[in-house]
Design a protein around this ligand. Structure first.
Ligand SMILES: Cc1ncc(COP(=O)(O)O)c(C=O)c1O
Length: 368
């Protein structure tokens, strides 16, 4: 079977950075080889930089972003713990589901889809939650929430609560400063703005969360006590490694290459590149007479949501883009499946030529 080359302009995965793809073909190392241990240590160091954290416990979990979500909850939630979740899209809903399976008493704070998290309502939702959780970049709606403001409010109003943040669609694309913003616990994915294939969940856990962890989590695979030994106790270089599971060596090498690419360019430059590409795309869509979905002022640059025009068959347009141009864009999520498109310009695709290409192809298919 011949695999076709696609332009992955949907909500993820995005086309990886060429360096990340090339690294998948490097000779495979053993997962306890000193050379791999060094590669893992460097990867964790670089992850600290993209998270904006000094947390020792920063590592790539060996599974996709959803496993990062499960790791965050299963290591911190016990039966009856109160977890406040800001729900402004599909991934906030998923957090509620995962937290409740861990035994939490979940307090969802519902928002209209496309709007950012309302900090005051979230912080006021319960007097003594163990965790307050929010999605930084809601991939289902294209909206961006102000985690700096949420973190400040949590520290001020609910100082005993841990702040848990989903950074799957923000890491490596928009400003993220976990320590400055008071994020205690976070998870992400590799397949969006980090520009690496799906398969790992960059994870970070600060001291406050570590002190309040569950002693014996109900998941063996995602138990941070055990994962600490696998990446070196708490990620500290030079510590003795113990076998926990076989690290996905090739994926870690690929993540290492992607992170190197990003840090060589420099995080502010990478953020600015995403901002510029997103603006170009959103301006172009509006110039075509299309209506953006996410609330103005809270629009993500890396993931744009746009309403399907009246009378247009959403799936047919996506089908033609794929067949005629090799371009993938996403359908909407949930109740917006047929009425919204999601267009991602993430990682390697956050470029003016990519924005121009998707605008031209969409214009052609829509006859605009
Ligand atoms: C914001 C957000 N959270 C969580 C996930 C789940 O990640 P994964 O699909 O890699 O398991 C995604 C995936 O798109 C996401 O966009």
């Amino acid at each position: 079977m011949t695999l076709l080359e696609r332009k992955l302009f949907g909500p993820g995965p995005s086309n990886p950075y060429p360096e990340a793809t090339a690294a998948l073909g490097l000779p495979l190392l053993g997962h306890l080889d000193p050379a791999f241990v060094a590669l893992m240590d460097e990867t964790c160091d670089m992850l600290r930089q993209v998270w904006g954290t000094d947390n020792a416990r920063t590592l790539p979990i060996s599974a996709t972003g959803s496993a990062g979500m499960e790791a965050a909850f299963v290591n911190t939630v016990e039966d009856g713990d109160v977890v406040v979740v800001a729900v402004n899209g599909l991934f906030g809903q998923r957090m509620c589901e995962v937290a409740s399976r861990c035994g939490a008493e979940v307090v969802p704070v519902e928002h209209a889809w496309g709007t950012p998290v309302d900090v005051d309502r979230v912080v006021a939702a319960h007097p003594s939650p163990k965790i307050i959780a929010a999605v930084h970049a809601e991939t289902s709606t294209g909206s961006r929430s102000d985690i700096a403001a949420l973190g400040a409010a949590v520290r001020r109003e609910r100082p005993d609560a841990l702040l848990l943040v989903d950074a799957v669609t923000s890491i490596g694309g928009i400003e993220l400063r976990a320590d400055d913003w008071g994020v205690d616990l976070g998870y992400a994915g590799t397949q969006k703005c980090l520009g690496v294939a799906p398969g790992l969940a960059p994870f970070t856990m600060g001291e406050r969360a570590w002190e309040r962890r569950v002693a014996r989590p109900r998941s063996w695979y995602l138990d941070l006590n055990l994962l600490g030994g696998y990446v070196g106790e708490a990620g500290a270089s030079g510590a003795k490694r113990t076998y926990h599971h076989t690290a996905p060596v090739a994926m870690v090498a690929s993540l290492h290459a992607g992170l190197t690419r990003i840090l060589d360019e420099g995080l502010p430059a990478v953020w600015a590149r995403h901002e510029a590409a997103g603006r170009q795309l959103q301006d172009g869509l509006e110039a075509m007479g299309l209506e953006l979905f996410a609330q103005e002022g809270a629009r993500l640059p890396d993931l744009t949501t746009v309403r399907v025009p009246e009378g247009v068959d959403s799936a047919a347009v996506r089908g033609r883009l794929l067949e005629d141009y090799g371009i993938e864009i996403g359908a909407g999520a949930g109740e917006y499946a047929a009425t919204v498109w999601r267009i991602g310009l993430m990682g390697h695709n956050a470029r003016p030529d990519a924005a121009l290409l998707v605008l031209a192809a969409l214009g052609e298919v829509l006859g605009r």
